[in-house]
Design a protein around this ligand. Structure first.
Ligand code: NAD
Length: 497
């Protein structure tokens, strides 16, 4: 693991409040600004630009021109690989500078920002630089005097709409595969965390990405986001965010050009702990599965479903660890959990905690905002654990997106699997048992896009990630993601004319 500088010795550098369109930084047409806040202090950070429909239209036009007549789509995959590698290298070189900006903007610890967001973003670009050189078509065994084959072509102009919890990493989950296959992109970061996306766009230009191939339009969801989703010249929208916004995107596609969509939405991921589990490992996995990145993780293991034989021992240890977790200044290297992304997010978490109390869940620790010392100025939450949670409770069904763990006691494995599947979501699941053969059998019974056996939250660019049910459809990462950004063309050739 690379040694990190002490961020308190670094000076943050924010991009100017502009948009990146057609290779040029420009002011938004209507001159709008986004007010950006440091959630750990409540202080204002420099503003970002706020794009509206007119800017999005310019960005889509630039992306369309770059796709139809620019060099990028027709370059060989190997030539594109060179540019993407440079892009990945530049991002890696800037990881501390960008990690500092993200930590100040998002409230996550500096270490998480550098090693959990910027670093992985660079790795994702590097991975896709290579993978796209391996894309192949097929020759088809049709009868008759024909030579019939398939081409894999880029879908065209991609709208990438991303949330605030891993601003750079989730952006590159979309940019990596789409750029690698020759698409052009309009990226719309979250209004809460716009700065690093602008920096990313500038690094892309520096790396040699031709003008218009990557356009960046920070802005509000119902303005810039909706304009992108409703634009008739966008061929595909790749989205990570909430099911509510996903529904709006589906309507937008249906109302306009039937653009393709891929949707990576939230989750209510279960962690099933069976009596024969390695308890030490399960405690670690269950703990960081919810308290990592302050619970603002789509695949957070927010429901621990433990067999009665291990429930008390497991929950007691989770509570002790939650009480000991160091919450505080995201820039302090000893901090383990920073601030929630915004006051609004904290308010939403606290409302769900109140519903848990009202519906009879047993509050074992936490349950309130953390106002100790300097934390009084920021959006800090106490690490919270509820026991004796029932599946019918709101906190067992609704995504909290914060550091709140719901523990449920079950009498047998069948009940555990039934509860694991008893939400509208299906993003990820953890299963803890020493009987690995049995774990494989259970993995098939869990309705989730990703199952972690005796581990949790493992990611790799080679491993597809995405959900089932209301957690969405389509897969990011791995070679599977290339399918989202390519379309198959079948070519028939008559051989005896
Ligand atoms: P959100 O859906 O409110 O916003 C996500 C993005 O969509 C933002 O850029 C926002 O500006 C934009 N947006 C909002 N309304 C829009 C509209 N009408 N049209 C077009 N764009 C619009 O979600 P959020 O609050 O930013 O992020 C948290 C959510 O994202 C959580 O539910 C979380 O589970 C989910 N998430 C999922 C994954 C995953 O990989 N499955 C990863 C991270 C976050």
């Amino acid at each position: 693991m690379p040694k990190l500088s002490d961020p308190r010795s670094l000076t943050p550098s924010f991009p100017p409040p502009q948009l990146l369109i057609g290779g040029t930084l420009r002011d938004p047409v209507e001159g709008g600004r986004l007010q950006v806040v440091n959630p750990a202090t409540g202080e204002r950070l420099p503003d970002a630009a706020a794009a509206t429909a007119a800017d999005v239209d310019l960005a889509v036009k630039a992306a369309r021109a770059a796709f139809e007549s620019g060099p990028w789509p027709s370059m060989t995959p190997v030539a594109r690989r060179r540019v993407l590698r440079r892009f990945a290298d530049l991002l890696w070189q800037k990881r501390e500078a960008l990690g500092l900006v993200e930590s100040l903007n998002n409230g996550k610890t500096y270490k998480d920002a550098v090693l959990g967001d910027v670093g992985p973003a660079a790795a994702t670009l590097d991975y896709y630089a290579d993978v796209a050189t391996k894309l192949e078509g097929e020759v088809l065994p049709v009868p008759g005097p024909f030579h019939t084959y398939t081409l894999r072509e880029p879908v065209g102009v991609v709208g990438a709409i991303v949330p605030w919890n891993y601003p750079l990493s989730l952006a590159t989950w979309k940019l990596g595969p789409s750029l690698a296959v020759g698409c052009t992109v309009v990226l719309k970061p979250s209004e809460l965390t716009p700065h690093t996306a602008m920096a990313l766009g500038q690094l892309a230009l520096e790396a040699g990405l031709p003008d218009g191939v990557l356009n960046v339009v920070p802005g509000l969801g119902h303005q810039a986001g909706e304009a992108l989703a409703r634009h008739g010249d966008v061929d595909k929208v790749s989205f990570t965010g909430s099911p509510r916004t996903a529904r709006a995107l589906l309507h937008a596609s249906a109302d306009t050009n039937l653009k393709r969509l891929s949707l990576e939405l939230g989750g209510k991921s279960p962690q099933v702990v069976l009596p024969d589990a390695d308890l030490d490992a399960a405690v670690e996995g269950c703990f960081w599965g919810i308290f990592g990145n302050k619970g603002e993780v789509c695949n957070a293991g927010s429901r621990v479903i433990a067999h009665a034989q291990v429930y008390d021992a497991l929950v007691e240890r989770l509570v002790a660890k939650a009480r000991a977790l160091k919450v505080g200044d995201p820039l302090d290297p000893s901090t383990e959990m920073g601030a929630q992304v915004s006051e609004k997010q904290l308010t939403s978490i606290l409302a769900l905690v109140e519903s848990g109390k009202a519906q009879g869940a047993k509050l074992l620790t936490g349950g309130a905002r953390d106002t100790a010392g300097a934390k009084a100025k920021g959006a800090f939450m106490q690490p919270t654990v509820f026991g004796e949670v029932k599946s019918s409770m709101t906190i067992a069904q609704q995504e909290i997106f914060g550091p709140v763990l719901c523990c449920m006691r079950v009498q047998d494995e069948a009940e555990a699997i039934a509860l694991a599947n008893d939400t509208s979501y299906g993003l990820a699941a953890g299963l803890w048992t020493r009987d690995v053969a049995h774990a494989h059998a259970l993995a098939r019974k869990v309705k989730a896009g990703v199952v972690w056996l005796n581990c949790f939250g493992e990611f790799d660019d080679a491993a597809p990630f995405g959900g089932v049910k209301t957690s969405g459809w389509g897969r990011d990462l791995g070679p599977h993601a290339l399918e989202q950004y390519t379309q198959v063309k079948t070519v028939w050739t008559q051989l005896n004319r």
